[in-house]
Design a binder for this molecule. Structure first.
Ligand code: SF4
Length: 185
């Protein structure tokens, strides 16, 4: 496969969770609805019915090689604010990077600077302001570059966190424990 032209925003999150996971999703289309994804999708649908926001705003950037749907876009006193909704009670760096990518795409699309986004957590019904820093922006660019250079012939290594593997939707394809033993042999 040639170099990937456009990276989907949600793939940034997948890659930062585990590059090997994105490899399976991208090249083998092994995405399946495990309990964690199913739960998150149901919550998204419920939240959407409350209305009042711009939802699922599609944006694409030739410059950033990025595209995707921004979960929610709010207008807060004339200021544009992207919102990403997450299941669970906490968030991680990959969620911050995904939110920064939303902000960067909207900036280019609207021609205005976006300095803040929000992460909404269903588990606590709270939302958290996130500053869209230069380091997050750099991480977006670096991650896009890393994803674009992925190739079917080069599978990334295993992740070091067994808790991530336990929740991973491609666990049955990756078989991290069995495959690691076989690769070492
Ligand atoms: S099972 Fe673990 S090593 Fe394999 S793709 Fe998922 S997170 Fe990565």
């Amino acid at each position: 496969m040639d170099e990937i032209e456009y990276v989907n925003i949600s793939d940034l999150n997948q890659f930062l969770y585990c590059p090997r996971r994105l490899y399976y999703l991208m090249f083998y289309q092994t995405q399946e609805i495990n309990v964690h994804l199913a739960d998150g999708r149901g919550l998204h649908a419920y939240q959407g019915r409350r209305g009042g926001w711009y939802r699922e705003v599609y944006v694409k950037s030739d410059r950033l090689h990025l595209h995707g749907r921004v979960d929610l876009v709010e207008q807060d006193n004339g200021v544009t604010v992207p919102v990403e909704r997450k299941r669970g009670t906490s968030y991680y760096e990959n969620d911050l990077v995904q939110l920064a990518a939303y902000a960067m795409l909207l900036e280019e699309h609207l021609g205005e600077r976006i300095t803040t986004g929000y992460l909404y957590l269903y588990g606590t019904n709270t939302r958290h302001p996130v500053e869209i820093t230069d380091s997050l922006r750099l991480k977006v660019v670096e991650t896009v570059d890393a994803i674009r250079s992925m190739h079917v012939s080069s599978i990334p290594g295993f992740c070091d966190n067994p808790r991530k593997c336990a929740k991973c939707s491609v666990f049955v394809y990756c078989m991290p424990y069995e495959a690691r033993i076989l690769e070492e042999a």
